[in-house]
Design a protein around this ligand. Structure first.
Ligand SMILES: [Zn+2]
Length: 326
């Protein structure tokens, strides 16, 4: 796929294309970022552009080499990952790969290899790779993918050009999910909860999330300051560990943003499939009060991110949400 099909990493792509044009790509790269943010796609496109017989700094997508890479069957590319029943990438796998890199390429100008996830190389495997990273045989290109460069041996890190991939922004995520066929309101629900990982967003799109959304809307609609158990029961049921609480808060943010839109007279909301519930949030309180609550949810999210106790944080938040109606 051409670089233009990769979302959210324009600056990185510009740097890579410039080095392709100048014939100055590094021997070894280390791509750091959350899985599912586009690291592997970028790595494959970089190799594709390097091998492409038509374009100097991009993949044309149509020449035999580009088509083979898109089809996952180019003979000069190695993808190294832990074997199915193993935790780590073994030294044997790397030895075999290194031997192959030393042979003449079948059809590409050079060979290429992606190691993913690089932090799963055993120490002996990583050590065996040092010389190859420094001077890859046959001018091969080696790309390591990792979630956290700090998990790799410093000797491995220092031999690679480090490129940091930011998590995908919610806006990029939203458009990618919808391009992939996800409904707009599901995409709007999972995008802020995905941590910038497309993979995670797709995993989130399942029945349990829909069930959780129903549970959250139902608990929120029952909050009543004159029946204090509604506050503590809701916090008890909906809080969990830090991550599930942050997910819940992202969900509430999405609902209250929609309620504020409705209150301000805009008909456009993202949570369309639960519109009646959002309308009832919007009409139960004044616009000003809903804006205050939206701000309270943001504050609670920041507190939980800073390690506040999830249950206590939700107790306080739900107390505000149960409070005065107007
Ligand atoms: Zn091509």
């Amino acid at each position: 796929m051409p670089f233009a099909d990769i979302s959210g990493h324009d600056r990185i792509i510009e740097v890579l294309r410039r080095s392709l044009r100048g014939g100055k790509t590094a021997h070894s790269y280390l791509f750091e970022g959350v899985p599912g943010c586009g690291r592997k796609k970028t790595a494959l496109t970089l190799i594709q552009a390097l091998f492409c017989t038509v374009l100097p700094d991009d993949a044309c997508g149509a020449c035999p080499s580009c088509r083979k890479i898109d089809g996952g069957n180019h003979p000069d590319i190695h993808l190294i990952a832990p074997l199915p029943d193993k935790r780590d990438i073994s030294i044997e796998q790397l030895r075999e790969m290194q031997h192959d890199l030393s042979l003449r390429p079948y059809e590409a100008p050079r060979k290429a290899c992606i190691i993913d996830p690089a932090e799963r190389m055993s120490v002996s495997a990583a050590n065996s790779l040092l010389k190859t990273l420094e001077e890859p045989p046959g001018n091969a290109l080696i790309i390591l993918l990792t979630e956290n460069a700090g998990l790799l041996l410093p000797t491995v890190r220092s031999r690679c050009q480090l490129i940091r991939f930011a998590p995908l922004s919610p806006e990029h995520m939203l458009s990618l999910l919808q391009l992939g066929g996800m409904g707009a309101d599901t995409a709007a629900l999972v995008a802020p909860m995905s941590g910038g990982s497309l993979q995670r967003a797709v995993e989130l799109d399942n029945e349990s999330l829909v069930a959780r959304r129903e549970a959250v809307l139902s608990r929120v609609s029952q909050l009543n300051i004159h029946q204090i158990s509604t506050v503590f029961d809701a916090a008890e049921e909906l809080s969990g560990n830090r991550d599930t609480t942050l997910e819940l808060l992202d969900m509430l943010l999405s609902f209250y943003r929609d309620a504020v839109h409705l209150g301000a007279g805009s008909g456009e909301i993202v949570n369309r499939s639960v519109r009646p519930a959002i309308e009832s949030i919007a009409t139960r309180r004044s616009l000003r009060r809903n804006l205050e609550l939206l701000e309270r949810i943001y504050e609670t999210k920041r507190d939980v991110q800073r390690n506040a106790n999830p249950k206590l944080a939700l107790d306080h938040l739900f107390m505000s949400m149960a409070g005065s109606s107007r």
